[in-house]
Design a protein around this ligand. Structure first.
Ligand code: NDP
Length: 257
């Protein structure tokens, strides 16, 4: 375990790892998505910031502009209501703005209730799947024509430990992450046939964010890794160093490259 941790932390991305690349991050306004968007921008990427709360996206935009002088594109969308029509609008919007897309980090998710399946409310079940899975499938579909135009595009889906091993009370969140792993594998296999697009899933592990605090309210956040500590893997998967890696399920606390 310690050996793997050292291996992941030893990855030193080139400062220009993502130069001239355009990357879309969902849930970019807060938590891990915010930190990843800023890390990508600091490594040269042009960012598309998609998320629910305009004010939070503006703040990420400003922080990126302060560090890089670059303006990011802001797409304020509540993924609860994202449907096939929204996907077509997104597709046309992106194609009007960019000639290619080099990567997507599917990061936006909600936890939903932590309760037994026996009493899990159906409306919450649908909502969790909508935000965590269905919207990611629709966004990917909308973006694929532009991703195909990049020399080596990367799609990263965010998973979870409970998306690889089921655990009581994690309900629809756990199931939506299992499905995310499946989507990663099916899409990776399909795209390996006729494209240079790689598709992988990433489990950040316990991280000091508001979602983690919601899941474990009595936990001391200071005992948890910060999102910044996971950035080596987020950068590795988005940049060309991972160009041969597809269909993989990686975890921030035990990967090597
Ligand atoms: P946060 O709750 O801190 O951030 C989630 C982000 O997703 C926020 O920017 C939020 O926007 C956005 N979002 C939520 N719902 C919607 C929606 N309906 N439409 C658009 N955007 C939405 O979560 P984390 O940063 O902790 O989690 C990031 C990813 O990592 C998730 O996929 C999570 O499942 C995964 N993960 C996290 C772990 C952890 O310990 N934190 C462990 C394992 C996996 P807003 O702020 O505006 O609400």
């Amino acid at each position: 375990m310690l050996k793997s941790l050292r291996q992941s932390k030893s990855y030193k991305p080139d400062p220009n790892l993502l130069a001239n690349r355009t990357i879309l991050v969902t849930g970019a306004g807060d938590g891990i998505g915010r930190v990843a968007a800023i890390a990508y921008a600091k490594h040269g990427a042009n960012l598309i910031l998609l998320g629910r709360t305009r004010q939070k996206l503006d703040s990420v935009h400003d922080e990126i502009a302060e560090h890089t002088g670059q303006a990011s594109l802001i797409i304020p969308i509540d993924l609860t209501h994202f449907d096939a029509t929204s996907a077509i609008e997104l597709k046309h919007g992106l194609e009007g703005e960019y000639s290619r897309l080099d990567g997507i980090l599917h990061n936006a998710s909600i936890l939903g209730p932590k309760t037994l399946i026996e009493g899990y409310p159906y409306d919450k079940w649908i909502q969790v799947f909508q935000v965590n899975l269905h919207s990611a499938y629709l966004i990917t579909q909308a973006a694929l024509p532009l991703l195909r135009k990049a020399p080596d595009a990367s799609i990263v889906f965010t998973s979870s430990g409970v998306g690889r091993r089921g655990r009581a009370y994690w309900g629809a969140y756990s199931l939506s992450k299992f499905a995310t792993e499946g989507l990663t594998q099916v899409l990776a296999d399909e795209l390996s046939e006729d494209s240079n697009i790689r598709v992988n899933s990433l489990n950040p592990g316990a991280t000091r964010t508001s979602m983690r605090a919601q899941a474990f309210p009595s936990e001391d956040p200071d005992t948890l890794p910060t999102a910044e500590e996971h950035m080596p893997l987020y950068l590795y998967l988005m940049g060309p160093d991972s160009s041969k890696c597809t269909g993989m399920s990686l975890s921030s606390n035990n990967w090597s490259y």
